[in-house]
Design a protein around this ligand. Structure first.
Ligand SMILES: Cc1ncc(COP(=O)(O)O)c(C=O)c1O
Length: 346
């Protein structure tokens, strides 16, 4: 309403978008007390949501990253990462992330792959609510990941498409970004406001680079503009104005914070309900991964045959890799979902 009432025109934004939005997006990710922000070391541009941010990042690294033209992404990762980075001219390599035996994080495998990659490699890291597994490193594990990456001079590329959706707390979910920043890493970050503001179709996102100095930031800013101009000239304004309004108005911000928490809490309670229903049905399987995982998606551990049965016999549709959208579970359908999963898993 506030955006509509202000009766703004629809002139072009600048190449890097709506400053009121990008500045607030940076604060949201890096934190109020961020030294990088206070020292003017963060170059940021609005992007066509999270995908566009990743694409700008891919293009920037392809053009300027001094050594490897490779990017390491987790196994598995969001299905589009591979295509986005390939189309940016980078070679996509996988690192270990998911352990199918424990339905948890393959932390040792991940650390081993970080250690064995050539010095100065680029690693894509999901900041929170890893898609598709819903499995995130703990704070201690993030600290270790940061240490190894520093030792190996690797370059982190954070993808944060779900800030607030993992824990329900915007600040907690930004822990990896803020920790890496305080540890002196230089890195880049893709942010999406599709999920946490429900602005999917408005394509609201931001791409930023945490630079070494304010001087370097100026040069990066100018190169980002040179990259974006032939890609799409400038980003759409409406969604960025909505997000900018919410992030800059204390009242709207606190309402939004509560709504994000409400959403995350609902997801957490649906996970618990699904697990409990499966146990009440007498399932002998250990379903604790359902509640240990985090965010919109759950990796059930069901194989593709079981997922096919779910679809064909029970009209429950989800991806063949066993991933279900927890956001789609409600108090009305959780019992039926549990019964169907119970029937196909025995
Ligand atoms: C891990 C991850 N990164 C990025 C995105 C990009 O989303 P969007 O372009 O809609 O912001 C998604 C969307 O599902 C995602 O799961």
């Amino acid at each position: 309403m506030k955006v509509l009432e202000s009766n703004l025109d629809k002139e072009y934004a600048g190449i890097t978008g709506v400053p009121k939005f990008t500045q607030a997006a940076a604060t949201l990710a890096y934190g109020q007390t961020s030294s990088a922000l206070n020292e003017g070391r963060v170059a940021i541009t609005q992007s066509i949501s999270g995908t566009g941010a990743l694409r700008i990042g891919g293009a920037f690294l392809e053009r300027f990253y001094p050594s490897a033209k490779k990017i390491y992404i987790p196994t598995p990762s969001w299905a589009n990462h591979n295509a986005v980075f390939k189309d940016s001219g980078l070679e996509v390599v996988k690192y270990r992330y998911y352990n199918k035996d424990t339905i948890g994080l393959d932390f040792d495998g991940m650390i081993a792959d970080l250690k064995s990659a050539p010095e100065g490699s680029i690693f894509l890291l999901h900041a929170c609510a890893h898609n598709p597994t819903g499995i995130d490193p703990t704070k201690t594990q993030w600290t270790q990941i940061s240490d190894v990456m520093k030792e190996k001079k690797h370059y982190p590329f954070f993808d944060m498409a779900y800030q607030g959706f993992a824990s329900g707390d915007i600040d907690k979910d930004a822990f990896p970004i803020r920790h890496f920043q305080s540890e002196g890493h230089q890195f880049c970050l893709a942010q999406s406001f599709a999920k946490n503001m429900g602005l999917y179709g408005e394509r609201v996102g931001a791409f930023s680079i945490c630079c070494d100095s304010a001087d370097e930031k100026k040069r990066v800013d100018s190169q980002i503009k040179i990259l974006v101009r032939p890609l799409y000239s400038n980003p759409p304004v409406h969604g960025a104005r909505i997000a900018g309004e919410i992030l800059n108005d204390p009242q709207l911000y606190s309402q939004w914070e509560k709504e994000v928490k409400g959403m995350a809490d609902r997801i957490i309670s649906m996970r618990a309900a699904l697990k409990k229903n499966l146990e009440d049905l007498g399932s002998k399987h250990d379903w604790s991964h359902i509640t240990n995982q985090i965010g919109m998606f759950a990796y059930t551990g069901l194989n593709s045959e079981q997922m096919t049965r779910l679809a064909e016999e029970f009209s429950v549709y989800a991806t063949k890799d066993g991933r279900i959208s927890v956001a789609g579970i409600t108090s009305h359908n959780v019992t039926r979902l549990a019964e169907c999963i119970f029937k196909v898993t025995g």
